[in-house]
Design a protein around this ligand. Structure first.
Ligand code: NAD
Ligand code: MG
Length: 395
């Protein structure tokens, strides 16, 4: 490669952002960090700017922008520091940016990710919530903008690697029978409902196999993460709900599988380390070193599989329900989940009530068609209000 790939890393201070910078650091000849963004952890962003010397940095507030700019100037850096959601959308579309790592958590990532898509960038998608809340519009913009969408979520990256080269269109035409998403089962896989009733945010965030941000850790504990991923797979691979199944695989070594008409099942395996899918998406279609420990089958010994338990983990079925309902249902599901998870993390809502909040929102708000982004944001806001009312009633 003669010219370096210009990168914008949205959500640089997060778990995915940091893993991305770790891979990037191993390949200074390939990648140039153009943009780093963060919402609040200013000291951490400042440290990352000193290390990677981006041309632009974006923070949440103008006050923080002034503070960061002062610190960077004092260190002799000319990085332009911007603030707020509009700046995020602006830097995602810069001419010198080739690829955008979309690693902001939650609905806040939608607008900047869409800006990258509209500008026809290579979009490395970690922010699954953006696709869940606005799937049809998002994919229409990908086609219109000529963007390349590369899945970073480990399951979708595994499916992408196991799919036929050109899977666009009907999966049946490519001989694909179904997609199997693997799930670790999370930290509460073997707990009874009675035990789950009393779990704390610290327990929910202590995932057995993956080290992740707090929101996705709780999503893994409720299994809503897998529900969001079923919807994500639907949009990424043009697969109907009945062709996407979930299998519990506690070792998190097989990251997902694709079953073909002839009986072949292709899977992607590796140690549970997000630097593998991140490196795959960064270098695609080439392969680069990621710094990941090679998989040792002899140490692993056994791989096991179970069916999901819908009684103890109702969130998975709620996600299938939203996917089948179409329209705004997944937008409502995602927004209600974000509110309920924040309330659980804030100590205002018991763990098992997270699913109750989401179900109540899906029951109460009729599904609407989503003609444009305004309609998405209206449904998102409506669901947040309804979910907050449930939290207030059940806290
Ligand atoms: P995290 O909480 O560790 O980091 C989130 C990042 O988003 C931070 O840099 C934060 O500053 C930024 N951010 C948060 N709110 C913001 C806002 N309102 N405006 C602008 N920036 C904001 O989260 P994470 O674990 O890195 O996850 C990021 C995304 O990647 C999520 O959508 C998650 O579902 C997805 N993902 C994560 C993993 C993982 O292993 N961590 C795996 C697969 C997918
Ligand atoms: Mg995943």
């Amino acid at each position: 490669m003669t010219t370096r790939q210009g990168l914008a890393i949205l959500g640089a201070t997060g778990s995915i952002g940091q893993s991305t910078l770790d891979v990037v650091s191993q390949h200074p000849d390939r990648f140039e960090v153009i943009v780093l963004t963060a919402n609040s952890r200013l000291a951490e962003l400042s440290r990352l700017c000193l290390r990677h010397r981006p041309r632009y940095a974006v923070v949440g507030s103008p006050e923080d922008a002034l503070k960061l700019e002062k610190a960077l100037r004092a260190a002799g850096l000319a990085t332009e520091v911007l603030a707020g959601p509009e700046a995020l959308a602006q830097v995602a579309a810069l001419a010198e940016v080739d690829s955008v790592m979309a690693a902001i958590v939650g609905a806040a990532g939608l607008a900047p990710t869409l800006a990258a898509v509209r500008a026809g960038k290579r979009v490395l998608l970690a922010n699954k919530e953006a696709l869940v809340m606005a799937g049809a519009l998002f994919m229409a913009e990908v086609r219109r903008g000529g963007a390349t969408l590369l899945p970073v979520d480990s399951e979708h990256n595994a499916v992408f690697q196991s799919m036929p080269a050109d899977y666009a269109g009907a999966l049946a035409d490519k001989g694909v029978r179904r997609i199997l998403l693997t799930a670790s089962g999370g930290p509460f896989r073997t707990m009874t409902l009675e035990q789950m009733a009393a779990v704390t945010p610290a327990q929910a965030c202590a995932h057995p196999n993956w080290n992740m941000g707090r929101k996705i850790s709780v999503d893994s504990a409720t299994m809503m993460n897998k529900g969001l991923e079923v919807i994500e797979a639907h949009w990424l691979f043009n697969a109907p709900a009945e062709k996407i199944d979930v299998v519990i695989h506690p070792q998190s070594v097989i990251h997902s599988l694709v079953e073909y008409a002839d009986g072949s099942v292709l899977a992607q395996l590796g140690n549970p380390d997000m630097r593998t899918p991140i490196a795959h998406a960064l270098a695609y279609p080439e392969r680069i070193e990621a710094g990941v420990t090679p998989l040792d089958m002899f140490t692993i010994g056994q791989l096991t599989f179970e069916r999901p338990d819908n009684q103890r983990f109702p969130c998975l079925l709620l996600a299938y329900r939203a996917l089948r309902a179409g329209g705004s249902a997944a937008t409502l599901l995602n927004a209600a989940n974000e509110v309920a998870v924040a309330a659980f993390l804030g100590g205002q809502l018991p763990f098992l009530r997270i699913a109750d909040v989401i179900k109540a929102v899906l029951d109460r708000i009729p599904v609407a068609g989503l003609s444009d982004l305004d309609a998405v944001m209206t449904s998102d806001a409506e669901a947040r209000t309804a979910a907050a009312a449930c939290v207030a009633a059940w806290s």
